[in-house]
Design a protein around this ligand. Structure first.
Ligand SMILES: [Zn+2]
Length: 371
């Protein structure tokens, strides 16, 4: 295993962050990239990569690695250092107010321009050309701020990987996975090993998420050149939501790390017997079919439904009590589906998001994630 350091542009005198990447195996064959805690207060993935690292060190010592596996356990050193009045604040950048998992650069159009006269009839050669074009643009990207440098640095580490897993978590939630439609089966296999309760499928998420900005160029290139030249979708980039913020324990993390390890064995990265995937416990549903229940009036939240509950339209999610009038009302599920997450707060302001339910029918369009 090799550890590389990637210093970010210094934002202030004597204050410089860096990314640390852990490289297992050898480049050349398949590549897998995993990062944790891009939303820096979402910590389950950090502990999962700690456990995965031990498994990979053993596999490497036994000579069983058949590709390159890169781990970035602290994907967001900027956010990890942000605290405000004793609270860790890792979702939004204090300096710019932006969400750490939005605003990654969309390289689709510049890549189309670079590759207009370069692609040919050899699919594998095209994959190499596409990755080289992406690298060229990332190397030339202007990094005005430490945050720019972090976003470009993460993309540079991940851009040529066949599999990219961005490990996040929800507020309170069950295991769920976001994936593009080209890779529903791949996400399904991963989901089996992790016991995912929901698979959310979308090709156009919106907002410039890390995973989307890695798989989108391949979709756009195929749409532009696919009729003339083979453009295989060669980047399975997925966001994995490892339950809730408080679900950080050796027991969960070691089991999740083993699930990912088995998935990587099945994907051909690690030689040896492949553990068969456990049976799926969910079916893929469109991200556009996920609906968020909100508070109509303010008050204290008393939850009735728990993450993972299968709800019918009209089933009660929670009661909200007005502490002054003594009145209360029930918030109900607007659709049939799996309630896969709920907020960690227990006081609702008017309009506040309370819980997400994954339904089978597409109901939304445009930007499918919130800020
Ligand atoms: Zn997140």
């Amino acid at each position: 295993m090799r550890i590389d350091q990637h210093p970010l542009p210094a934002g202030s005198s004597n204050c410089q962050y860096s990314l640390s990447s852990f490289h297992f195996g050898q480049p050349g064959a398949k590549k897998v990239y995993l990062q944790a805690s891009l939303h820096a207060d979402e910590l389950p993935g950090m502990l999962v990569l700690h456990h995965l690292r031990a498994l990979l060190e053993r596999a490497e010592a036994e000579g069983r690695l058949q590709g390159e596996i890169v781990l970035v356990p602290v994907a967001n050193p900027i956010g990890l250092s942000q605290t405000f009045m004793h609270d860790q604040m890792g979702r939004f950048d204090f300096a710019s107010g932006t969400n750490f998992n939005r605003g990654f650069p969309d390289l689709s159009e510049p890549m189309i321009a670079l590759l207009a006269d370069a692609l040919g009839d050899d699919a594998q050669q095209n994959v190499g050309l596409i990755r080289a074009a992406m690298r060229q643009l990332l190397d030339a990207a202007e990094c005005r701020t430490p945050l720019d440098g972090m976003r470009i640095g993460l993309m540079r580490l991940a851009h040529d990987a066949d599999i990219v897993l961005d490990l996040h978590c929800d507020c309170e939630g069950v295991m769920h996975i976001y994936a593009p439609s080209d890779h529903v089966a791949e996400a399904g296999r991963l989901g089996c090993y992790l016991g995912a309760r929901v698979l959310l499928i979308a090709d156009a998420i919106g907002g410039g998420c890390f995973d989307e900005m890695l798989f989108k160029p391949w979709l756009r290139l195929r749409a532009r050149f696919g009729a003339q030249f083979p453009v295989p979708q060669s980047c399975f980039a997925s966001t994995v939501e490892l339950r809730g913020e408080q679900d950080v324990s050796h027991q969960l993390a070691s089991a999740d790390a083993l699930g990912i390890y088995h998935y990587l064995c099945g994907a051909g990265l690690i030689a040896g017997a492949v553990a068969p995937p456990p049976a799926a416990v969910c079916v893929p549903t469109p991200l556009a079919g996920s609906v968020t229940a909100c508070a109509a009036e303010p008050g204290v939240i008393s939850y009735v439904a728990r993450p993972g509950d299968v709800l019918k339209s009209g089933d009660v999610i929670c009661d909200i009590v007005d502490p002054l009038s003594g009145g209360s009302y029930a918030v109900t599920s607007p659709i049939d589906g799996v309630m896969y997450s709920r907020v960690i707060f227990r006081y609702a302001t008017r309009g506040m998001e309370l819980a997400k339910i994954a339904g089978k029918t597409e109901r939304r369009s445009g930007n499918l994630l919130g800020p």
